[in-house]
Design a protein around this ligand. Structure first.
Ligand code: ZN
Length: 642
């Protein structure tokens, strides 16, 4: 008998000892990090509200109770009963019964009303019908990504259960080594921005943190082939942890599956969905640019299938000796500062991922409060001594003035923006400015992936800043549903119409004018001297966006409307402006504040994810200011911490 089976037998016996005599437990299983109890008496289990909580705290595990198939009410009768228990205002849009696990997935516009106070409505449901309810939100804006991911996971349920069971046994396997050490190896994004990837290893476990590409340098991938990563076999890694969905952190995760990796991906739910959207787009772009993508879309599906979502604040076992907790990072939707508790109090490491320290309109500032942390691995994008950003308030004022000036001249405003994050931040600024009369009300057209990314944001309001979340909960106050916003979904024809029409604002990808519908907008509106092109995000060296910022006004453009696809140039007559300060990253002050106010303050800091000057500057400033040991590692270095 394997050690895991023995462990489960013992757990079963202990559970039986803890619960009232007349409740039976038929089976005990691990599914991923969770302990699942099967019982023919789900209703009895549910009627004691504290029972599961008591067991969870006793075993220090996440516990789920599922009905034995014998205990299940017919689905028709159950559906009727469930609908009668849930208040009508919750607006249930789908009930999906799964006989294999006894779960019923309830999709509702207001999940909170399905859950009830402290889960009382959920317990009521189980008490009445025996099924275990699981609640998901109906996206307030229809999102094809969210529905594709949900349908795919539904289809792959059986496979997924096998994966979860296997991962569960892996997590709870016997710890073999009694040696205590912790190492971090750097596989990328050291003294550079891009290809984020690290290995955190102990005597028993190896965790890969992030696996990104390097935008603009597609051949430069993380050093995955070193012995501590894939070099000793794709499955010598126990788990992958993703801090957020940006491609410089997530693009190459599917590549791991191509190499034969078969383990779990831990990330937040929004990161899972955004990652799927961005990875598929990454493949599209590669094909359009004539490159051979490093993997196929099938591998993106494998990635989604192996994802185990974790919420902020949930302490989760991911290996026999490692517990992972995600905390809000304030950077993009679902972005997470990842905290690893290693051994039984032996050591603690936090990976910042990308962070924004101050509150923005979209997010609360990054969390830097932990029970313990000895080493911090932190981003340093704007860590240079002069990397200060304009206050967002001033930036907003600046943008508003530009819009008003352009409006008065009768022109249009074109804003190239990244689909995820910056676009939604700008949408919130515009919505408020119109509502409060700071700018005239006018249509705001959203082109490219912006609409889809916005829909994903509204599906997960729990991950947004608290006051924004509360507004989204009330449909009539959801700022993303404002009448002014229009999804460009009819292609060129619609763009032509908008270009021929009245004053308006256009938000379009790509953010650095490297392709996408923004090229079309430049063709349509570029020749109009009364209109304005406004940059609100960082323009990397070598991108068309940067060149235009620097004064280029003859733009090479692929004219698809004739001329046999010949390259033409377009004379840009529209005004060009830049508004700084809408960054998703903390600036130098923010990074320093993140460490200064961190509780507890770490002993050691590794400064990564920044160019050479930024990491050196930040590392030296942290050392001098806070008297801590700091490093600016290179790629392929290994640090031993214990
Ligand atoms: Zn990022």
């Amino acid at each position: 008998m394997s050690s895991v089976d023995k462990q489960l037998d013992e757990l079963k016996a202990e559970v039986e000892e803890q619960i009232p005599n007349d409740i039976t437990v038929s089976d005990v299983k691990y599914e991923g990090p969770e302990l699942v109890l099967y019982t023919p008496d789900p209703k009895r289990f549910a009627s004691d509200g504290d029972l599961i909580r008591t067991l969870a705290s006793r075993f220090r595990k996440r516990i789920t109770v599922r009905p034995d198939p014998t205990a299940l009410t017919q689905t028709d009768a159950a559906a009727e009963k469930i609908r009668s228990i849930i208040p009508a205002e919750a607006n249930v849009t789908d009930l999906d019964f799964h006989h294999d696990t006894g779960e019923v997935v309830i999709e509702a516009a207001k999940p909170g009303m399905v859950i009830g106070r402290h889960g009382s409505t959920l317990r009521e449901i189980t008490k009445e019908v025996g099924w275990t309810p699981e609640v998901v939100r109906t996206p307030p804006i229809e999102s094809s990504t969210v529905s594709n991911v949900r349908n795919f996971l539904k289809q792959e349920r059986e496979d997924r259960r096998d994966i979860l069971e296997r991962v569960g046994r892996q997590i709870h396997r016997e710890q073999l080594s009694r040696e205590e050490w912790v190492r971090i190896s750097t596989l990328g994004c050291c003294r550079e921005v891009g290809r984020a990837s690290f290995v955190l290893s102990t005597a028993d476990t190896r965790i890969l943190i992030d696996c990104g590409d390097k935008p603009g340098a597609e051949g430069e991938v993380p050093y995955l082939q070193v012995p501590e990563a894939l070099g000793s076999g794709a499955n010598s890694i126990d788990a992958v942890v993703l801090t957020h969905a940006h491609l410089d952190h997530s693009a190459l995760v599917p590549l791991l599956f191509k190499y034969g990796y078969d383990g779990p991906i831990y990330c937040t739910e929004p990161t899972r969905d955004l990652m799927g959207l961005l990875q598929l787009d990454y493949l599209d772009v590669a094909v359009k640019e004539g490159r051979t993508p490093p993997y196929e879309s099938e591998m993106v599906r494998e990635t989604i299938k192996h994802t185990i979502p974790i919420e902020y604040g949930d302490v989760t076992d991911i290996a026999p000796d490692i517990k992972l907790t995600f905390h809000n990072a304030g950077h993009i939707l679902g972005s997470a500062v990842s905290h690893f508790h290693i051994g039984d109090g032996m050591y603690n490491v936090a990976f910042s991922g990308d962070i924004h320290y101050d509150d923005t309109r979209l997010f609360n500032g990054a969390v830097n409060d932990f029970p313990r942390v000895e080493t911090l691995v932190m981003e340093s994008t704007y860590g240079g001594r002069n990397d200060y950003q304009t206050d967002q308030e001033d930036s907003e004022q600046n943008l508003i003035e530009i819009i008003n000036e352009t409006y008065e001249k009768g022109g249009k405003i074109v804003i190239p923006a990244f689909a995820v994050g910056r676009s939604q931040e700008i949408m919130l600024v515009l919505e408020e400015a119109m509502r409060s009369g700071k700018i005239p009300s006018m249509p705001v057209h959203l082109d490219g992936m912006i609409w889809e990314a916005t829909a994903i944001h509204t599906t997960y309001p729990e991950y947004l800043r608290d006051d924004l979340r509360d507004r989204i909960f009330h449909e009539d106050k959801n700022p993303f549903l404002a009448d002014e916003f229009n999804h460009i979904d009819a292609g060129e024809e619609e763009r032509q119409e908008v270009a021929d029409g009245d004053q308006c604002i256009i938000l379009s990808t790509s953010g650095m004018v490297t392709g996408g519908p923004i090229m079309s907008w430049l063709r349509h509106i570029g020749p109009d001297p009364d209109s304005r092109l406004v940059f609100v995000g960082y323009q990397a060296q070598g991108t068309l966006g940067r060149r235009i910022q620097n004064g280029w006004d003859e733009i090479p453009i692929n004219d698809r409307n004739g001329n046999g696809g010949r390259n033409n140039t377009l004379s840009l007559k529209m005004d060009v402006a830049t508004v700084d300060g809408f960054s998703g990253h903390a600036d130098r002050q923010g990074l320093m504040n993140f460490v200064r106010t961190m509780n507890p303050r770490p002993e050691k800091v590794l400064c990564v994810h920044g160019d050479e000057r930024s990491v050196q500057d930040l590392s030296s400033a942290l050392y001098h200011k806070f008297n801590m040991r700091t490093f600016a590692p290179k790629n392929l270095e290994t640090f031993r911490f214990k």
